[in-house]
Write a protein that binds this ligand. Structure first.
Ligand code: AMP
Length: 488
């Protein structure tokens, strides 16, 4: 089946051929004819399935086939949850619309509104927007949505998760009643279904992956690890396997900043991307990551939403998401459009309930694999900068003082005696490790102190007596089934 046989114009077929697509993806096969026929859509599809071309191509076809007379008016509104996704979708509109006349613009917050106003004044057919800034334009009367013929809600589930429901309702009220509606969502909660019922007319339901399942092409596994050794394990995996393009998810913005800094200290290029970063910083980080200049992008769920990086080989869940559906979104970044990918979750003992929730949603149990050297009781590597720095900065008296405080102020991923000198220990982030496990005790030895021989004999083997440190020194990432204590 070719793009031409789906009924698309020569100009559009030429554009997709130029970007290298030869065959439509399953969602494109179903969505394109339906949208061309003017039907509403309820599509269960996640990023990576080719859904954007699935709605952009037929929309461009229809606009070009029935050009509006006179001045350009906004005929299509595409709403996305994030700035990055809005920018990406609009870029797709430009790429696929290279040989046709309709014009587009993108509208999102965090940047100067004036260039957006100028673009709207010049006249566009298609607006891709995030809800908040779109409503700002409406408030300032710089946009007219009264002639919209097609509305697309892209990643509708995420828009709801991000609290955009009231904004969406306000926007719907600004649009003509009679219009075509296309709703895309990776997951289907009751709230999404209610929104769809109120908005769609006799929709064609499309499902390209089983409900709430994860992309088949993605190899998924769980690496059980102590919370405080996660960054060390990540650095080890990246270095040992020579990973060149890794998208890492953390639960918090602060966690993303800290992890990126730790990786940098260990010679791995990394930048955080999250909502506190300026739009320019986000765009620069994404561009560097896409071009291969930046090895690791550390993102929060919201910032990563809709990131389209072709054939992303590795996605790492540094923290498990609180919302199980986010797991599906996260790993949708890899194994895109038929390419294979790997999604790895570094899971601490404390995160097991979250893991169980995820497995319930994706309806499968993920394989657990313990990386040699990271079994419970094995020691941090001397080559890991953060561990070394902390050991060096750990005088004895401070440790006992912290022990008295009951570890409450311990920084996630650090032992209790590791708070920086002269500073009160920072508050613990959600999901971080609680009290350190006894297995970590040997790492609190002051700098330069040798292990007593009695300990040294087992140090290379971990508490269980199995080889650990020495195996890791060989650079092996072979995996084993010896789960740390407390793991089921
Ligand atoms: P999307 O799901 O829209 O984010 O698209 C995921 C990726 O698939 C993007 O990088 C597209 O460029 C790519 N893509 C979309 N359609 C096709 C196709 N028919 N053949 C190959 N790649 C495609």
């Amino acid at each position: 089946m070719s793009f031409a046989s789906l009924g698309l114009s020569d100009a559009l077929v030429r554009a997709v051929t130029e970007v290298g697509y030869t065959t439509p993806t399953p969602i494109q096969l179903q969505a394109i004819p339906a949208v061309l026929a003017g039907r509403d859509l309820l599509a269960n599809a996640q990023t990576g399935t080719g859904k954007t071309a699935g709605f952009v191509l037929p929309i461009l076809h229809r606009l070009a086939a029935q050009p509006a007379s006179g001045r350009r008016i906004i005929r299509v509104l595409i709403l996305t949850p994030t700035r990055e996704l809005a920018a990406q979708v609009e870029e797709s509109v430009r790429v696929y619309g290279k040989h046709v006349s309709p014009k587009s613009t993108v509208i999102f917050g965090g940047v100067n509104i004036n260039p957006q106003i100028d673009a709207l004044k010049r006249g566009v057919d298609i607006v891709v927007a995030t809800p908040g800034r779109l409503l700002d334009h409406h408030g300032q009367r710089t946009i007219d949505l009264s002639k919209v013929e097609v509305l697309v809600l892209d990643e509708a589930d995420r828009m709801l998760d991000m609290g955009f429901m009231p904004d969406i309702k306000r926007i719907l009220a600004l649009l003509p009643k009679k219009r075509q509606n296309l709703l895309f969502s990776a997951t289907f909660s009751d709230e999404i279904r209610a929104l769809a019922t109120g908005m769609l007319h006799d929709p064609l339901a499309i499902q390209v992956t089983p409900r709430n399942s994860t992309v088949e092409a993605v190899a998924q596994k769980v690496l059980p690890v102590e919370a405080k050794r996660k960054s060390e394990l990540l650095a080890h995996l990246i270095k040992d396997n020579s990973w060149y393009q890794v998208l890492v998810f953390t639960r918090t913005k602060h966690g993303a900043n800290r992890l990126a800094a730790q990786l940098e200290k260990n010679g791995i290029s990394a930048l955080p991307i999250h909502g506190n970063k300026s739009q320019n910083a986000r765009t620069r980080a994404l561009a560097a990551f896409k071009s291969g200049e930046l090895q690791t992008l550390v993102a929060t769920d919201i910032a990563a939403r809709g990131l389209d990086i072709e054939q992303l080989p590795h996605v790492v869940n540094f923290d498990l998401p609180n919302v199980p559906e986010d797991y599906v979104h996260r790993i949708g970044r890899t194994g895109r459009a038929g390419a294979t990918g790997e999604a790895i979750s570094l899971v601490s003992r404390e995160e097991q309930p979250l893991l169980r929730d995820i497995e319930r949603v994706i309806r499968r149990q993920l394989p657990r694999e313990v990386v040699p050297g990271f079994e419970a009781g094995s020691l941090p590597s001397d080559s890991f900068v953060e561990a070394t720095v902390q050991r060096d900065a750990r005088p004895g008296p401070k440790r006992s003082e912290q022990a008295r405080r009951g570890d409450r102020g311990a920084k996630p991923g650090r032992g209790p005696a590791q708070a920086p000198k002269g500073k009160s220990a920072p508050r613990r982030e959600a999901g971080s490790a609680p009290a350190r496990s006894p297995a970590a005790a040997p790492s609190s030895r002051p700098a330069g102190e040798q292990r007593p021989d009695s300990q040294r004999s087992t140090a290379g083997k971990g508490r269980s007596g199995r080889p650990s440190q020495s195996r890791r020194d060989e650079g092996s990432t072979a995996v084993r089934s010896n789960l740390p204590p407390g793991w089921k």
